[in-house]
Design a protein around this ligand. Structure first.
Ligand SMILES: *[C@@H]1O[C@H](CO)[C@@H](O)[C@H](O)[C@H]1NC(C)=O
Ligand SMILES: *[C@@H]1O[C@H](CO)[C@@H](O)[C@H](O)[C@H]1NC(C)=O
Length: 512
């Protein structure tokens, strides 16, 4: 077997002056749209002071898009629109009813969508893979849903050291395309997760111990800002913004493209191991040496396996296997917490989990709840320092950590089932946090990509990082287009949803 191992050779350019991107003070959205051929100054637009009526402007914005991009718009009420909505993984996302769905096929189109939203005060959402569990994460009710599906190119540089990847790709597509060239990138572990959101939240990867998380391997982000500027953001151009994009979420602009360094030998070995009959344990472990006779998994060999799919395989093959038990169209709710790793505590958590969740198992149709332990090794935290470091509150001296992901899915879209599941998991998490604090293991970090809509992810990064991120976001987006007009997901103002009340986007975005 031939291994394609290439040295990593990305050279950083020392920056003498730190470039900060700031929105120009004299920005005028009507002129900006005119420079793209959209003359909205003649279109009547009622100025509304309250959020409810501001949503009516979406009809105007969607009409503008429809008249310029006929084949790239799916209006409400058409079968294509219904078909598009039915393809979300989480049925919560299927529930969102956008005024229109817009599918840009180049950067300019993304710019126009952002400017039209800003001009009309119409909320928008962005869908890459749309694999977030929570409502409104990737689709905006009554607003413009910008679907990145057509921005899905994957171009490997001639020297095979860097790949340019569109935000609309799924990891399965990225891996299969690059594997045909004998290389891969540090990406996700589940096939139909999209590139854009995954990278902005951090991106736990199979190669964390050698390369950090996926965001630590992005060489360059192509970012559309709130004024429609297209920036190339990297360690030498805008270091603060670059660092913020590595884990800071969609608070700075809209990613329309990017490139990732490092391709990887595409073979690796995975090990899955199960025991117990109904409730089972599954282990996913990878040895990057593609040696079928590896001794790396010997510690597991005494456990009788329900199924053992160890083999030398490609990253796409494993991503497909991991995605298979995650069907589309179920109610989905994810939560997570972080602790310093302690084997006894992990064992204790497993017991509490069964104790709390078993009683509701039979009463909720189709319920499956998983408790997933995602170890974050000291080595992987050290590797996160590559290229200037990311913006996550993980420090080497506290590692290893374990991120606990509670993943619940069930069948029926009823308020009753939702509240039983959410209340039971919340109670379980409360007990686990309390015990974790007593054992001095609790770490206040919520991994964005598994965050619940009730959690304040950015606050969990701690006051210092939260402040730094907010400063950068305010420089690049002073009027708060990405805070107030972007629907759902994790922003600076608290959790996407608080128990009992939906948080409605604030309308207080200035027009210019
Ligand atoms: C970094 O950004 C600058 C301009 O903003 C660009 O010229 C350069 O090619 C980028 N570097 C990478 C690695 O993409
Ligand atoms: C694995 O073990 C088998 C049987 O001993 C041997 O034939 C094969 O060459 C080994 N493969 C590697 C890559 O070492």
């Amino acid at each position: 077997m031939k291994f394609n191992i290439y040295a990593f050779a990305f050279t950083l350019v020392a920056a003498n002056t730190i470039a900060v991107y700031s929105e120009p003070a004299n920005f005028d959205v009507i002129n900006a749209l005119a420079s793209y051929g959209l003359h909205v100054d003649s279109v009547a637009r009622k100025r509304a002071e309250d959020s409810v009526s501001s949503r009516y402007h979406c009809a105007t914005a969607c009409n503008q898009l429809a008249s310029h991009f006929k084949s790239q718009i799916l209006p409400a009420g058409t079968s294509a629109y219904d078909e598009w909505r039915s393809q979300f993984w989480s049925s919560y996302q299927q529930d969102a009813l956008p005024k229109c769905i817009f599918q840009p096929s180049k950067a300019d189109h993304v710019v126009i969508a952002v400017l039209l939203s800003r001009w009309s005060h119409c909320p928008f959402a962005v869908k890459s893979g749309g694999h977030a569990a929570m409502k409104e994460a990737s689709s905006a009710t009554c607003g413009i849903t910008i679907d990145m599906a057509k921005l899905n190119s994957i171009v490997l540089a001639n020297d095979k050291k860097i790949a340019k990847i569109g935000p609309g790709d799924t990891w399965y597509d990225v891996f299969t395309k690059l594997e045909s060239e004998g290389v891969s990138v540090v990406g996700g572990r589940v096939q139909n997760v999209g590139v854009g959101g995954f990278l902005l939240g951090g991106g736990i990867s199979l190669f964390a111990n050698e390369r950090g998380w996926a965001c630590d391997n992005v060489a360059n982000y192509e970012l559309v800002t709130a004024i429609g500027a297209v920036l190339h953001v990297n360690q030498s151009s805008y270091p603060d913004l670059y660092r913020s994009l590595r884990g800071g979420g969609p608070n700075f602009g809209l990613i329309h493209g990017g490139s990732m360094t490092y391709h990887y030998p595409s073979q690796h070995q995975a090990y899955r191991e199960a025991h117990k009959r109904l409730d089972f344990i599954s282990v996913l472990a990878v040895d990057n040496d593609a040696n079928p006779n590896t001794t790396a998994f010997d510690e597991f060999k005494d456990i009788a396996a329900l199924s053992d799919t160890r083999k030398v395989r490609t990253q796409s093959d494993l991503a497909a296997e991991n995605g298979a038990p995650l069907p589309n169209g179920m109610r989905e709710h994810y939560w997570d917490q972080t602790f310093r790793f302690d084997g006894n505590f992990v064992k204790w958590m497993g017991e509490v989990f069964y104790e709390e969740l078993n009683p509701i198992k039979k009463s909720i149709e189709g319920l499956m709840v998983m408790l997933l332990f995602q170890p974050v090794t000291r080595e992987s935290v050290r590797k996160m320092q590559r290229n200037g470091g990311n913006t996550l509150p993980l420090v080497e001296r506290e590692a290893p950590y374990v991120i606990i992901n509670y993943a619940a899915m069930w069948s029926k879209p009823t308020v009753e089932d939702e509240s039983i599941v959410v209340d039971t998991v919340s109670k379980t998490m409360g007990r686990i946090v309390e015990e974790g604090k007593r054992r001095k293991l609790f770490v206040d970090y919520i991994y964005m990509n598994y965050g619940s809509e009730y959690s304040d992810v950015l606050a969990s990064y701690g006051p210092k990082l939260h402040h730094q991120l907010e400063v950068v976001a305010t420089q690049v987006d002073p009027v708060g287009v990405f805070q107030y007009l972007r629907s759902g997901y994790f922003k600076f103002g608290g959790p996407p949803r608080t128990r009992g009340h939906e948080t409605i986007p604030s309308p207080h975005v200035r027009n210019h």
